[in-house]
Design a protein around this ligand. Sequence first.
Ligand code: GLY
Length: 394
Amino acid sequence: MPDIVHEPLARAESLAAIPLPGAAELDGAIARALARIDRALPEFIDRFPAPSSEGLVYPAIGNIEWTNGFWTGMLWLAWELTGEARYCDAAKLQVRSFVERADKEINVAHHDMGFLYTPSACASWRLTGNVDAQRAGIAAARLLLKRYDPKARVIQAWGDLDDPAQAGRMIIDCNLNLPLLYWASEQTGDLDYRDAAEEHLTQAARYLVRPDASTFHTFHMDTLTGAPLYGTTHQGYSDDSCWARGQAWGIYGFALGFAHSGREDLVRLSASLANYYLNRLPDDLICYWDLIFTAGEEPRDTSAAAIAACGLLELIRHLPASDPARDLYARAAWGMIRQIDRHHLAPLEGSNGLLADGVYHMPNKVGVGECCIWGDYFYLEALVRMRRIWRAYW
Ligand code: GLY
């Protein structure tokens, strides 16, 4: 892996001053999150929230998007937190639609099989022993593995495999799809899944991460020669800026990469990305939608903040106890989550979402200042991680 700058934390003193949460404070935040889930639940049992809301209201959709797994995952989290049957019952019904989607291969020509199946079907198998869900998860991993290009050694993110514009194009978000491949190797004993994940991680670390520890959103590889070509953005401000959510996917995904592979260089990489991210936050710790903005009126992205918080909490698990950054990362994670809890929750009346002020796709002007269903999921996951001992779905 090339040398990556590891910036010192610029705001160490102010992070150190953030108090860590007690159980009562976390329980209050969890209760406010669950109240919003309860409000949405009757509407989303055989239907799902769309990727982002419109006027803070998610339209209802079928199981057709890359994002359906997040709502089901929230229900599993809610069930783990409370033991209340209504969450488990709804999640079980939804898992049937993931089984059907895998069987019929509905809208599966993309790499988001991990986002779809890890928090839904794989969680179902782990938590309830549902063998149909296990089978669907393995089928989803098989679809993902088909997207691995052995010459470029990356998983193609988008489009048909014969689309020359998309061949060899990887994206930083894919880091969160890789745990599905590790899981499939564990379930089946077939190491091809794991090997593809490890090759992809190596290429992502080498090419999606820039020397200053910022990230490209997407990177193009030559599938004829395997040579690296160039980085571009899809949802960021510009090709050479750093899309905030991409950086958050990187922090979390490389930390998870270590959890699955044991490759220590990935812990350091995750920490370098984390410091780059933390050093570009405004004082309230909620990032702008692209880290090129550090002040002013550009929209924030609470969904990126929630992912980054989970990434920091995963990273902490893998740093030595003697590393002073652990404490600062824990305080930073809580600082972000507390800020969302206090200032960015969607209202109980007039919304069916959890987090306001997310951004889905700024260049296309979709979901700007809205709830984003992955933001809702990772916010709840962060609270679960802080409140109890939890075995990650990823
Ligand atoms: N993975 C797509 C996104 O973060 O918008």
